[in-house]
Design a protein around this ligand. Structure first.
Ligand code: SAH
Ligand code: SF4
Ligand code: F3S
Length: 449
């Protein structure tokens, strides 16, 4: 519904790509209501924090940001006579709704990730009769929020598209099954419709998202359940699309049909994020992962066979309860075998309400820190080695944004490396061929061919 509000919104996003996608959909809704975006928080009439609960630090950051937001809101009120609405959405809300209202009672609304489609109505209510108390909604509704969202708008050359949400895996360290609820897959037709719109608004690369994306099982028009492999083939047929990715996958759900997509779909990028978490079977079992290190390595081998150019990335947790030196060595060993070209690694963080939080033999902070450093040094060495190996090669680069210097653009290679390029003619939002001339651990530099 178009109204005549000429007010501005500001969204700050924490956490995973799903949150980035959710923020883009919240922005779609707000723009439909007549609000416009601002990148300056102090200009915004509505400030929304989209939060992450995955590790303790991520959740704590919210409260310092909220404190700052309250000060900015007070200044706006005093200096400009303007009211600021402050909202919190995302995973912290699902887990700590009462805490938020207790620690930050000035928050106007707190809405969980499965009901953010209710935000426009909430805002209208808040604006109509300024409430004294914040509104909290952490419903796990039976009907999907996707049914209520307006048509998606442009995200740019690279877009996220959520196809699946929630997780039934219950890894013992993880809050996601509690914050995002049970697995839900969007119907094939709905995903294709959203993909077509993204392409029509300039998207060249679509990254299909889900907390456990490779367990996707959406219905087709005939009510038949279809897996991710089917969906990837359908999306690859769409005219104008140049690149496809999907993330995040669960190792036990990597079936042969999906692995073969890496052989059969040319626009599926040769890069897969497949978190292993640990190389120790004892720890994997305690984590309730449904795979051993051997299972994982077999999947990786099949993937490398399906597409010899494919490279891997992963997530790791060090210092999980009862992790010994030998367990940690097993993690280093799997890194050496797979040779990941990128990775995210974290110290285990105790999350209230998860089984691992109350396990015995919690690992000392000092040991976690040491192990993380050793692991990261090893991971960086492979990342750097791969980046160096790219020097001299020609790579297709999707130019995404302007760099810091004049004439500099930043793009993405098929392997998700950032490549900086000096150009005089090239524009963002297109794919060019670039020759890599130098590399660091984190990025590449090249020139247009
Ligand atoms: N669904 C994805 C990602 C989940 S969260 C998956 O299954 O892999 C992203 C990463 O955060 C996880 O892969 C894990 O490495 C890390 N993580 C999750 N809970 C954690 C915790 N309690 N402590 C430290 N890292 C954690
Ligand atoms: Fe969390 Fe495990 Fe589900 Fe990933 S698979 S979201 S780590 S419970
Ligand atoms: Fe964080 Fe929720 Fe994503 S806890 S990692 S924002 S699913």
């Amino acid at each position: 519904m178009e109204t005549c509000v000429s007010e501005k919104y500001f969204i700050k996003t924490f956490g995973c790509q799903m949150n980035v996608y959710d923020s883009s959909r919240i922005a779609d809704m707000l723009e439909n209501e007549g609000y416009t975006a601002t990148s300056k928080q102090s200009d915004a009439d509505i400030v929304i924090f989209n939060t992450c609960h995955i590790r303790e630090k991520a959740a704590e950051k919210l409260f310092s940001d909220l404190g700052r937001a309250q000060l900015i809101a007070q200044e706006r009120q005093e200096n400009e006579g303007k009211t600021t609405i402050i909202g919190v959405v995302g995973c912290v809300v699902q887990a700590e709704d009462t805490q938020i209202m207790k620690r930050a009672p000035f928050v106007d609304f707190a809405v969980g990730p499965l009901v953010y489609h209710k935000i426009p109505k909430l805002l209208r209510d808040i604006r109509a009769h300024r409430r004294q108390e914040g509104v909290v909604d952490t419903d796990f509704p039976a009907i999907s929020k996707f049914d209520f969202l307006p048509e998606n708008k442009a995200q740019g050359a690279c877009s996220y598209l959520a196809v699946q949400e929630g997780c039934n895996n219950f890894c013992t360290y993880c809050v996601v099954p509690y914050t995002r609820g049970a697995e839900y897959s969007r119907p094939v037709a709905e995903v294709l419709k959203e993909a077509r719109r993204l392409i029509a608004t300039g998207t060249l690369e679509i990254n299909l998202l889900g907390q456990n994306v490779n367990s996707y099982h959406g219905e087709d028009e005939n009510g038949q359940e279809r897996g991710l492999a089917y969906l990837l083939h359908k999306i690859a047929e769409l005219d104008g699309l140049k690149r496809i990715r999907y993330t995040t996958s669960y190792p036990a759900d990597m079936n042969d049909e999906l692995i073969n997509c890496h052989r059969d779909i040319p626009i599926l990028m040769p890069y897969l994020h497949l978190p292993v978490q640990s190389g120790s079977d004892k720890i994997l079992k305690a984590m309730n992962r449904r795979h051993t290190s051997g299972d994982y390595l077999r999947v990786v081998e099949k993937l490398y066979r399906a597409n010899p150019d494919l490279k891997m990335s992963s997530d790791f947790i060090v210092g999980f309860p009862d992790e010994t030196e030998a367990d940690f060595e097993a993690t280093l060993s799997i890194v050496k075998q797979v040779q990941y070209i990128q990775a995210f690694s974290f110290k285990y963080s105790r999350r209230p309400g998860t089984p691992a939080a109350v396990m015995e033999n919690q690992v000392e902070e000092k040991v976690k820190k040491e192990r993380l450093e050793i692991l990261q040094n090893l991971l960086f060495s492979y990342q750097e080695k791969f980046n160096q190996a790219c020097v001299g090669k020609v790579m297709p680069v999707l130019l995404e944004q302007k760099g810091r210097h004049k004439g500099q653009l930043i793009g993405r290679t098929p392997y998700m490396q950032n490549l900086h390029i000096e150009t005089d003619g090239a524009n963002i939002n297109k794919i060019i061929n670039a020759k890599v001339i130098s590399a660091t651990t984190n990025s590449l530099s090249g020139k247009e061919l």
